[in-house]
Design a protein around this ligand. Structure first.
Ligand SMILES: [Zn+2]
Length: 100
């Protein structure tokens, strides 16, 4: 009898994965980038990334929250059902293409 390994949990739905179940390892990085910086910094419509980083470097009220807006990183495993959701979310719809 082999000892049972520690149970894995799906990072998305939190379900405990069966030992025989196929799971999918992921590593996701959301890195804030901006191609054009708004020349008017006092425009309230949206903070430029540059301003955000600058604010972070100065006196951040909530450094963690601000930091996550610039760089957010997670890794773990997901179950098959959640994998399908993630893949669908990150796949742009192709017009006129049926399921193949
Ligand atoms: Zn799941």
């Amino acid at each position: 009898m082999t000892p049972r390994p520690a149970p894995r949990r799906c990072a998305t739905c939190g379900r405990e994965l069966e030992a025989r179940e196929v799971y999918y390892r992921f590593h996701l990085v959301l890195q804030g980038e901006q191609d054009l910086v708004d020349p008017a910094p006092d425009d309230d419509e949206g903070e430029s990334l540059e301003a955000l980083v600058e604010r972070l470097a100065r006196a951040p009220e909530d450094p963690r929250e601000l930091e996550e807006q610039v760089h957010w990183e997670r890794s773990g495993v997901v179950c098959g059902a959640c994998r399908a959701v993630v893949v669908r979310t990150l796949t742009p719809p192709v017009e006129g293409a049926g399921p193949h």
